[in-house]
Design a protein around this ligand. Sequence first.
Ligand code: F6P
Length: 542
Amino acid sequence: MPTVPLRDRASWKALEQHHAELSGRHLRELFAEDPERGERMAAEAAGLYLDYSKNRVTDETLRLLIELARESELEERRDMMFRGEPINTSEGRSVLHVALRMPRGGSLVVDGVDVVAEVHEVLDRMADFAGRIRSGQWKGYTGKPIRNIVNVGIGGSDLGPVMAYEALRHYSKRDLTFRYVSNVDATDFVEATHDLFADETLFIISSKTFGTLETLTNAHSARDWVIGQLGTEEAIARHFVAVSTNAERVAEFGIDTANMFGFWDWVGGRYSLDSAIGLSTMVAIGPDHFREMLAGFHEMDEHFRTAPLAENLPVLMGMLVVWYVNFFKAQAIGVMPYEQYLKRFPAYLQQLTMESNGKHVTIDGHEVDYDTGPVYWGEPGTNGQHSFYQLLHQGTRLIPLDLIGFGKSLNPLRDHHDLLSANVFAQAQALAFGKSEEDVRADGTASDVAPHRVMQGNRPTNVLLAERLTPRLLGALVALYEHSVFTQGAIWGIDSFDQWGVELGKVLAGQIAPELVSDAEPELAHDSSTNTLIRRYRSLKG
Ligand code: F6P
């Protein structure tokens, strides 16, 4: 940790001063003063082109933000992560998702163990298993090949694999059906399985800890469902595999640990898509495509590790988030993929960003006196445009957006793709430049209506453009956001890799659950609202 607190750093103070001067300036002026701005303020890596020119920044802003990143020891912290040092201090763990995508033959020794060799051992086992499912060689209990794969997991053990499966569906084996069950709400399980037969269905129980209530509840229901249809516990071995770090619990559940794919406690749940947690994705797209995805991750890792800060995509994006959150007091960041296959990407990012940077103390335990992680959210364009973009254009809040577009569609059909892409550029343009009252009146709008039609503009966007959505590109895109989150967390001086905040709710739910099925008065320890709700629930339940 740097010794000088964040708000006392020289660069922070300079940024405050600079913000006071710049915040009144409009992107219209910044573009008018600098005709090359749109070409200059761009960076490129791993197949992703980032246009950040429509941000409320000047060269001076970027210079100061880089100074802030340096004063915050971003580079030192980044290098500590890549060396496998335990930077997740509250859990005493290394943070080594970057090792999951290091190429075969590479080496990273942590505590005397070459983790890269271990990673490739597991990847090879996954590839062998995926091959056997895809070829029909792996048979169910009655001898039928597997046609349906149901991943049971939650949080990072669901969002990563389901997002990647949806994103890469174009590359998937279409005669296999994939379903993802996460919610403890039985509807999720029932709807996912209602049209499937157990004799051709394989469950992948994905849980780092193998202790998560939702996942274990769904896994037990899956077990009952299989035994109910196939009539014997012996069927379990052919219809269940596990992905976990906890072999003991996997065995306790009744899954043969020979059918377990392991990973390590240095992989955080929300950073685990590229570990064995991605097994369902690998079965869907095949091992070669999965390895391509890992190569994309690695390419972005190397860019993050080595590129100068001023040209470093994740650093630029992370610093811009800090700029808006801490100086413009922005509370939310929108991510809008103009690519239908990325429809679960915003949901995936919500966990990645908010579980990582939703923290109120610094690494050394001091309450922060500045804002940290913003709310991340989004929807695929153009659907969002016909729903909530109104607030983005004319509301009172500043919500910076990332717009993600592609040069080529995976499903070229008539002029759909050009129309889709025109919207990426049009939205970025409208948000930045708006429409002045003068222009509105010049269109012949009546003066009483004119104020309603004024678009102030000056609303920032990043535009990310790539050629097409491939496994490799997806890897690079995810790694871009992972390292942007890292950059933000390093500047804020917080632990981006723990998630203690989710624990209290879990403990309380564990206490309340038995009370919902009891006739006794609710615990006195609860407040009067919780007690009343428990009583009301019981009477509704009947
Ligand atoms: O409750 C939060 C969390 O711990 C996430 O960080 C994690 O991704 C999820 O639960 C699932 O955990 P597990 O993989 O251990 O079931």
